[in-house]
Design a protein around this ligand. Sequence first.
Ligand SMILES: [Zn+2]
Length: 120
Amino acid sequence: MATCRLCKGQYPQDQFIDGNGPRYLVCVRCAVDEGYLPENEVNSLYDDRTSRARMALYARRYGPMFWVVAGWFFWALSFSAIEFWGTLLLVALIVGTVSTPVLFFLRTAKFQAQLRRLTP
Ligand SMILES: [Zn+2]
């Protein structure tokens, strides 16, 4: 990992351009912004579309875990006192808690394939 001189971001070494002087320790994204490199020559650049797609992919993968935790929290705070809805939500939470890790591991291969496709 190295730090980009311009944006202060930390990236692996393959995200940096070669060169001295103003091109020294500049990441590919800043290099494109500063005009050191044309955009279509950089094959390791994460453009906006790719990074948005990666964010969505990570959100889809880790979102259910977040909702299970939030659901338990919410249930403990309020619904455990309400008899009918509390029980209904408890059943839904138990089903969700059991199925989320199972689905998580079942989808691991698909997630890694999709992530590889979105890695320039
Ligand atoms: Zn930079």
